[in-house]
Structure formats: C-alpha cells, structure tokens
Design a protein around this ligand. Structure first.
Ligand code: SIN
Ligand code: FE2
Length: 217
C-alpha cells in the first residue's frame, strides 16, 4: 500500500491507504486527540472495568474489553450479543463521550460514509501477547453502516481478509492514532489482530487499545 500523502518531519505518516472497495486506513487520523481519548477511556474503565470475556466455547479472550454507549458487545457461554447493561455491574454502560462520537463520524465521513452515528463502542485492551483471531463483525442489525476502528498505544498487525475465512488476509501495521474504516462491499470482511509484541508506548505503556465503533440497530 502506498500512502498518497507523506509524513511531516519525523512523525509517522498521515494520509489514506486503500485496502479494498469501502475499506481504508486513515493514517494518524486520531493522533492529535489521543491524550483526550485516553482520559475518556480511563474515566470509562473506572465505571466499567476491563474484563476478559468468555467465548461461547468457554475460552477466555486474551484481549480485555469494556464498552461505552447505549449498547455494549458482550460474549459469554450463551453467545455474542449487544446489551444495554454491563453484566458485571448490572448498570448501563458509561455514555459515549462526545469526542468519541465526533471522531467516529469524522473518520467515517472521510472514508465516504456520511452521517455515521454509532450506538456502540467496544474498547479492546491488548497487553503483549494478546490477539484477536479472524472474525466478521456480524452481530449488528444494520450492515449499511461501516465499522470505525481506532488504534492507540503499541503497534499491532491487523489482518484484513476477504468475505470467506479461508481468503488470504493482508497484513497491515497499525500505529498509534491510525483509524481503519470498512463498510459497503467490505463490511463483512474477516479481520483480526496478530499477537501484540512486547513494547512500551510513550502514552499507554505496555498496551494497545482499540476503539471499535458500530451502529448495531
Ligand atoms: C476487533 O475486530 O474487534 C478489534 C480489531 C482491533 O483491535 O484492531
Ligand atoms: Fe471485529
């Protein structure tokens, strides 16, 4: 992939990289607001702490998760679903911060999906070694809206595959502040994250945090 804009000084590049029709990486799109996003994440996880959910098959996921917004994604022995209440506390998920809504809408618009209003934000925390195996985001009722995925902290390799699990997956290095958007013809593409390498990030230390914005209903 060749960026069509180049970097400024010694910073990581900005600009867009096409992945597939309806899918692209917006390099550095969230970088200058990262500190504010991290402060919001800290406030959210004070109310809804990160936890390692169980898959329906009974495996504990290596990425820790929490949510904000009207609906949160949860997984347990009964399956995957969205629900308004945090199963650990019995309380609603913390509200979606305005800065999150604006970032998600701006990134979606930049990718050609105007009017994106997410009702769910899944927050994934990867410590070194944590990963996310190839999957589709298909628990949402409205598949016309894109997925907007924000990377913060340690780098990771994002796998971006095709419509079938067996399709070859492209490997895309995602850095702090990068945003990936996929929708339209790419909405149901398989994707995942390879095990995060050991490291220390200036803002987030030994972790990678991913915000995944979705319109579920
Ligand atoms: C996800 O697909 O839920 C997470 C992707 C990521 O961590 O970048
Ligand atoms: Fe996903």
């Amino acid at each position: 992939m060749t960026p069509d804009l180049f970097d400024h000084g010694d910073e990581a590049p900005t600009g867009r990289e096409a992945l597939a029709p309806g899918a692209l990486v917006l390099r550095g799109f969230a970088r200058n607001q990262a500190e504010g996003l991290v402060a919001e994440i800290d406030a959210i996880c004070a109310r809804a702490p990160f936890r390692h959910m169980l898959t329906p098959g009974g495996q504990r996921m290596s990425a820790a998760m929490t949510n904000c917004g009207p609906l949160g994604w949860v997984s347990d022995r009964r399956g995957y679903r969205y629900q308004a209440v945090d199963p650990d506390s019995g309380k609603p998920w913390p509200p979606m911060p305005g800065a999150f809504l604006r970032l998600a809408a701006d990134a979606a618009a930049e990718a050609g999906f105007a009017g994106f209003v997410p009702d769910a934000c899944l927050i994934n925390r990867y410590e070194p070694g944590a990963r996310m195996s190839l999957h589709q985001d298909r628990d949402e009722r409205d598949l016309s809206a894109p997925i907007v995925s924000v990377s913060l902290g340690l780098p990771a390799i994002f796998l971006f595959g095709g419509p079938n699990r067996s399709d070859r997956a492209e490997r895309v290095l995602l850095l702090h502040g990068d945003v990936v958007v996929w929708g339209g013809p790419s909405r149901l593409r398989f994707h995942g994250i390879l095990p995060v390498k050991e490291g220390a990030h200036a803002l987030l230390g030994r972790q990678r945090i991913n915000l995944t914005f979705r319109k579920t209903a």
